[in-house]
Design a protein around this ligand. Structure first.
Ligand code: GTP
Length: 503
C-alpha cells in the first residue's frame, strides 16, 4: 500500500517543495539582475556621465573609478559606448588576478574584456531594447545590464550606452545562498542536453532549471538541493504507523471472527445438530442450552423446541389413535396383532406358555335391535371398562378386535390359569347386570369366551393360536353361549344357533 499510494504522494510533495525553493532562488537571481540594472541606470541617467561620454568631463573617470569601488560593488566590468555603439571607456577587474584596468580600447590590460564587449555591442546593435541578459562567460557566468545614457532628468538624446557586468562566481553564489538560505549551484550547459529537473541521490534531492543566455546554444543551469532527512523520517513514521495499523486491523478482524464464531456460528452449529437430533435423546439437553440465550438464536431455538414438543404430542396422539379404539379406549386389532407377534416370539425364546382369548357379547344384535345403537355403544363401553379393569389387575392385554368382539393376550400363562381368568371375565361382565331383555341366554348382558393356549413345547404361529381361540369361542357359542371353553384338538366346528338366523 505504501509503495503504490503513499510513496508516490510523498515523492510528489517532495518535488513540489524543492520546485518552490528553486523558484525562490530564481526570484533572487531576477532581483539581483534588477538591482544591477538599477545601478546601471543610476549611473547612466546622470548629467556627469552624459557629459563624460561627450568629452565634456575629463575628470569623471578619475573621481568615479577605483579598484575598491569595483570590488565593493562587485562589478567586473563597467563599459561606456558612444551613440554609435563604439567603445568609449572601459573599467574592470581582470577575472584571473583582479587586476584593475581602465582603457579606451579592448587591448592590452583590457583584452580579457573582449567577449563581454562583443556581446554587449551585439545586443546594442540587434536588440537595443533588451537591457539585461545572462552571459555564459569564460570561467563563470555573468549578468549584464545595459542602459542608454541620458541626462539626470531623462531629457536630451541618448549620447551612448552604459553597461555593467557582474560575475556570478563563487563569492556571488555565496551571497545568494545567504539571501535565500538554500545551497545553490550554477553551471553552463549546452541547451541541447536534456537535464532532469529533479533527481534523488541518497539522502538528498536535487532540482535544477535552465536559464537562457545571450548565446542560444548555451544555457545556465541553476540548481538547489534539499536534505531528505525530514522526508525519510516521515516515511519511517508512516511505515511504522502502517505496520501498527495492519497489526491492529488483523487483531480486530481476528477478534470479530472469534466473536462471530462464538455468538453466531457455534450456536447455529448447535441448532443444526439439535435439528438433526430431534428424535434423539440429547436434543433435550442441547435445546435447553440454546433456549436459555436471550438473542435471536435463543428465540429460534425456543420456537423450534415448542414446535418439536407440539409435533411429539401430535405424533403420540396419532399413534394412540392408530393403535386404540375410539369408542372404548381399548387397544385395537393393530396393536393386538403387533403384541401377539412379539409375545409369541418372546414366549418361544424363553420357553414360556402363552394364552389367547376371544370374548364376544352374546346376542348383541338383539341388544341393538331392542335398545338401539346408542345404548349398544354404551353397553360396549361398560363391558370394555370392566374387562380392562381385570386386565390391569392381572397384567395382560385386552383389545377390542371387532364390533362386539374382544381379544386378550396373556403371556407366561398356562391354559389352566387362562381358563380361571376367562371365568373371572365372564363373571365380571355378568355381574355388571346390564339389562338385555332380548337375550334368550340371560336377562342381562353375557359374554362367551374361547381360549387358545400355546404350550412351551409347541411351535405355533400367531394365526394358529388365534384360530384355536376362535374355534373355542365358536364352540362356546355353539354350546349355548355364556360360557368359557378352552380349545382342545378334539373341538370341532359346531353350528351356532342364533334366534334371528335360520338353523
Ligand atoms: N351399537 C353398536 N353395535 C355394533 C357395533 N359393532 C358391531 N355392532 C353390532 O353387533 C352385532 C353383531 O351381531 P352378530 O354378529 O350377528 O352377533 P350377535 O348378535 O352378537 O350373536 P352371537 O354373537 O352369535 O351371540 C351387529 O348387529 C352389529 O351391528 C358398535 O360399534 N356399536
Amino acid at each position: 500500500m505504501s509503495k503504490w499510494f503513499i510513496l508516490p504522494a510523498l515523492h510528489k510533495e517532495e518535488r513540489g517543495i524543492i520546485g518552490q525553493e528553486l523558484k525562490r532562488v530564481e526570484r533572487s537571481f531576477f532581483l539581483a539582475q534588477q538591482e544591477l540594472l538599477a545601478q546601471a541606470r543610476d549611473w547612466a541617467n546622470w548629467d556627469d556621465t552624459y557629459e563624460f561620454v561627450q568629452d565634456n568631463y575629463p575628470r569623471y573617470a578619475e573621481v568615479n573609478f577605483s579598484p575598491e569601488m569595483m570590488t565593493e560593488m562587485r562589478y567586473q566590468l563597467i563599459a561606456f559606448f558612444n551613440a554609435d555603439g563604439e567603445v568609449y571607456y572601459l573599467s574592470g577587474l581582470a577575472p584571473d588576478d583582479n587586476h584593475f584596468a581602465t582603457c579606451t580600447h579592448v587591448v592590452d590590460a583590457c583584452a580579457w574584456m573582449a567577449p563581454f564587449i562583443d556581446s554587449i555591442q551585439l545586443s546594442i546593435e540587434n536588440n537595443p531594447d533588451q537591457q539585461d541578459f545572462l552571459f555564459p562567460g569564460i570561467n563563470s557566468p555573468a549578468m549584464v545590464a545595459i542602459t542608454p545614457i541620458l541626462r539626470t532628468d531623462s531629457s536630451g538624446p541618448s549620447t551612448g550606452w552604459l553597461a555593467k557586468v557582474r560575475l556570478m562566481d563563487g563569492k556571488w553564489i555565496k551571497q545568494m545562498e545567504n539571501v535565500t538560505g538554500l545551497p545553490i549551484t550554477i553551471d553552463r550547459q549546452l541547451t541541447a542536453q536534456a537535464t532532469p529537473s529533479t533527481t534523488i541521490k541518497g539522502d538528498t534531492i536535487y532540482a535544477q532549471h535552465l536559464l537562457p543566455t545571450n548565446v542560444p546554444a548555451i544555457s545556465i543551469t541553476v540548481g538547489t538541493q534539499l536534505n531528505r532527512t525530514h522526508y525519510l523520517a516521515s516515511l519511517d513514521t508512516i511505515r511504522y504507523v502502517l505496520i501498527w495499523t495492519a497489526c491492529l486491523m488483523l487483531f480486530v478482524i481476528g477478534f470479530v471472527l472469534w466473536l462471530m464464531e462464538r455468538i453466531i456460528l457455534k450456536p447455529l452449529k448447535s441448532l443444526s445438530i439439535f435439528a438433526r437430533q430431534t428424535s434423539g435423546e440429547n436434543s433435550q439437553l442441547d435445546s435447553a442450552l440454546l433456549c436459555q440465550r436471550n438473542d435471536e438464536i435463543g428465540m429460534l431455538a425456543r420456537s423450534f423446541d415448542q414446535q418439536l414438543t407440539r409435533q411429539r404430542e401430535l405424533n403420540a396422539e396419532l399413534l394412540n389413535l392408530s393403535t386404540h379404539d375410539s369408542l372404548t379406549g381399548l387397544p385395537n386389532r393393530r396393536l393386538f396383532d403387533q403384541q401377539l407377534k412379539a409375545d409369541i416370539h418372546e414366549t418361544q425364546a424363553l420357553h414360556q406358555p402363552l394364552a389367547a382369548m376371544m370374548l364376544d357379547i352374546d346376542h348383541f344384535k338383539l341388544f341393538n335391535d331392542h335398545y338401539g345403537h346408542q345404548k349398544g355403544d354404551e353397553c360396549l363401553q361398560q363391558v370394555a371398562k370392566a374387562l380392562q379393569r381385570i386386565a390391569t389387575d392381572h397384567d395382560f392385554l385386552i383389545a377390542r378386535t371387532g364390533g362386539e368382539e374382544f381379544s386378550a393376550l396373556l403371556p407366561n400363562t398356562s391354559a389352566q390359569r387362562a381358563e380361571q381368568i376367562g371365568y373371572l371375565l365372564h363373571h365380571t361382565v355378568a355381574n355388571l347386570k346390564l339389562a338385555h331383555k332380548a337375550s334368550p341366554v340371560a336377562p342381562h348382558v353375557t359374554i362367551s369366551v374361547g381360549i387358545g393356549s400355546l404350550d412351551e413345547s409347541i411351535d405355533i404361529s400367531p394365526s394358529a393360536l388365534m384360530s384355536n381361540a376362535d374355534q373355542a369361542l365358536y364352540s362356546a357359542k355353539a354350546a349355548g353361549r355364556h360360557q368359557v371353553i378352552v380349545f382342545k384338538p378334539s373341538i370341532a366346528r359346531t353350528s351356532v344357533h342364533t334366534p334371528d338366523a335360520p338353523l
